[in-house]
Design a protein around this ligand. Sequence first.
Ligand SMILES: NC(=O)c1ccc[n+]([C@@H]2O[C@H](COP(=O)([O-])OP(=O)(O)OC[C@H]3O[C@@H](n4cnc5c(N)ncnc54)[C@H](OP(=O)(O)O)[C@@H]3O)[C@@H](O)[C@H]2O)c1
Length: 187
Amino acid sequence: MNEFNRQWVLAQRPVGLPNADTFRLDEAPMPTPGDGELLIKTRWLSFDPTQRGWMEDRESYMPPVQIGEVMRAGTVGEVVESNNPDFKVGDIVQGSGGWQEFFVANAGGFMPVQKLPEGVPPSWFLGVLGVTGITAYFGLLDLGEPEPGQTVLVSGAAGATGSVAAQIARIKGCRVIGIAGGPEKCA
Ligand SMILES: NC(=O)c1ccc[n+]([C@@H]2O[C@H](COP(=O)([O-])OP(=O)(O)OC[C@H]3O[C@@H](n4cnc5c(N)ncnc54)[C@H](OP(=O)(O)O)[C@@H]3O)[C@@H](O)[C@H]2O)c1
């Protein structure tokens, strides 16, 4: 087991684009799971536009990340210690572990840790089968209510959410026009 837990913390609030001074690499003591808790080693971590909003000192659908706090992010990881009978060592789980090597979680609360099914690449749960895919799915189908033969225009069409929205629209029999930044992305 590691002696330290490496973490990217928010060092200062960016003005405009984040830069090399926005984050700091820290070494924290290894966390210890309590009753009912899991120690999870991060295997994949997520990098999303919404994180830029969390760096601002303002309330939104989630509180801001505080200075010195681990950068919040969706993660997929492996259970390396379990005090919870519903999880065993080696289980691959998704959660909100942030940009750090290890984190402790319980199985409840907001965005709870969930076991991932086998047979699907685990990293997909940070993309097409995760928040961005779900956003495209419900945004397009529940709010857009596309019908066959309609034209659907997708901005950011090469991005994580847009590329899924475009494919769902095609499956629904729509004509899809995508907007993306440059010939490579359009191809
Ligand atoms: N409400 C929710 O639950 C939810 C969930 C997921 C995503 N979202 C939102 O959906 C949007 C797309 O998210 P994503 O995860 O798909 O992001 P992504 O994969 O990073 O794609 C975003 C796309 O936006 C374009 N872009 C980047 N910077 C830009 C700028 N300064 N001006 C104009 N366009 C720019 C880029 O495409 P081009 O280079 O092709 O222009 C990029 O591919 C974001 O606004 C995100 O916050 C919301």
